[in-house]
Design a protein around this ligand. Structure first.
Ligand SMILES: [Zn+2]
Length: 95
């Protein structure tokens, strides 16, 4: 069984990706290179409590596309903090 076929995952990863997309849309000056995007996602996810769900539950979550307000607050706080940190000292190579 490959990793892609595992029957559980951290739904927070999906919400972090969505929040980063929203921020990138609102702030065109942010760097979108894979290094910065990866750093933002990893920083934010390390601060957030994972929410593991089975694949069946995950389908329900992706339909609702919602978190309760407390988790949503935590999510946005973590993502905004990570974006600020990465933007102030990006690790990508200047070319
Ligand atoms: Zn970058």
């Amino acid at each position: 069984m490959s990793m892609a076929e595992k029957d559980y995952w951290n739904i927070m990863e999906k919400f972090v990706e969505e929040a980063i997309d929203e921020c990138f849309e609102k702030e065109p000056s942010l760097c979108r290179c894979p290094q910065c995007r990866g750093d933002i996602a990893a920083l934010a996810l390390n601060q957030l409590k994972p929410i593991y769900v089975s694949t069946a539950e995950g389908e329900v979550y992706s339909r609702l596309q919602e978190l309760d307000w407390q988790n949503r607050c935590n999510l946005l706080f973590a993502v905004h903090g990570a974006i600020k940190k990465v933007a102030s000292s990006p690790r990508h190579k200047d070319s």
